[in-house]
Design a protein around this ligand. Sequence first.
Ligand SMILES: *Cc1c(COP(=O)(O)O)cnc(C)c1O
Length: 393
Amino acid sequence: MKYNVNDKGYYGEFGGAYIPEMLYPNVEELRQQYISIMQEPSFQKEFNALLKEYVGRPTPLYFAKRLSEKHNTKIYLKREDLCHTGAHKVNNTIGQILMAQRLGKKRIIAETGAGQHGVATATVCALMGLECIVYMGAIDIERQAPNVARMKMLGAKVVPAISGSKTLKDATNEAIRDWINNPADTHYIIGSVVGPHPYPDMVARFQSVISSEIKSQLLEKEGHENPDFIIACVGGGSNAAGAYYHYLDTPEVGIIAVEAAGKGVNSGESAATSALGKIGIIHGSKTLLMQTPDGQITEPYSISAGLDYPGVGPMHAHLFASGRGEFISVTDDDAMNAGIQLSKLEGIIPAIETSHALAIFETRKFKPSDIVVVNLSGRGDKDLNTYIDYFNL
Ligand SMILES: *Cc1c(COP(=O)(O)O)cnc(C)c1O
């Protein structure tokens, strides 16, 4: 079985491009050109130079000695929290801004929920001097004031989405509407491995630098490129896709995906898409998503804004359905405790998204000789208020 995308844009039965007719020219232009643009030597050179000089790559692969002792296995942390802007998201926005320039686009649009992808997009637009419009639900604008301020400082225009539940999916609808109205000069930077083909594949390729670095770093530290397990949290699935990418077709490497169970998988307040999802179409892609029996998308819930998404990228739907990936869901409470544990044991305060991945060590046991790599997707600064409220700090 093949776990990466096929030439029609599918991962098994998942993926494709289910888009309104009006969007077809933009998506088709991107589909026809993305691979050849990414393979141009001048693109590779500029992308790699920016990852090194601007993002700060390669990020360390850090052996977490005290965490390993606690859980009686060998744990390495891939430090994406040390990327500029504090998470892996900038790997993708750097790639897409270079893509937009090659396509001759002058105007960048994006959607954002918690504001992390909006900040990563506004950052690269400032870097390149391109106009940036970020659509954000009106409720999220209120809830995420520091990120709204960051985007404004970086020169972006933040446009409130005032329809529906005034959150991420409404912001996405506004961004799509904008793209339909401005097909010639605008590129839409999607923030995860979601959306119509070729977005999931393009974003996975930009994030695949994570696993390509893990391979050479493990070779140096352990004498071989493969860990026994690679673990990542999954919202839309971009940090996970990057961490798994070069191991997808290496069955000796166990792939573990961690989703947000919120207040419990069966509590009605969760974002555990693989456990609860059924096949359907969201944001132009056929994938697993949480929905009512008559096909309405269910509002997801997680204490971490980055995992609060009702679907999952098509790569992950296929990893789940085929059994290649092991899917585990973690509650808010277990994630928060794992976040404190990492802070106290290693001096690293993780994003709450990342804390979900770390929480599995309480229940999922590994052998003492196992080499387990956890993708530390982001730092916890943005979540300080949530940690303060939760633990009465
Ligand atoms: C946005 C975010 C996530 C979730 O997004 P993916 O596309 O699933 O990676 C995870 N961790 C951090 C730190 C984030 O900012």
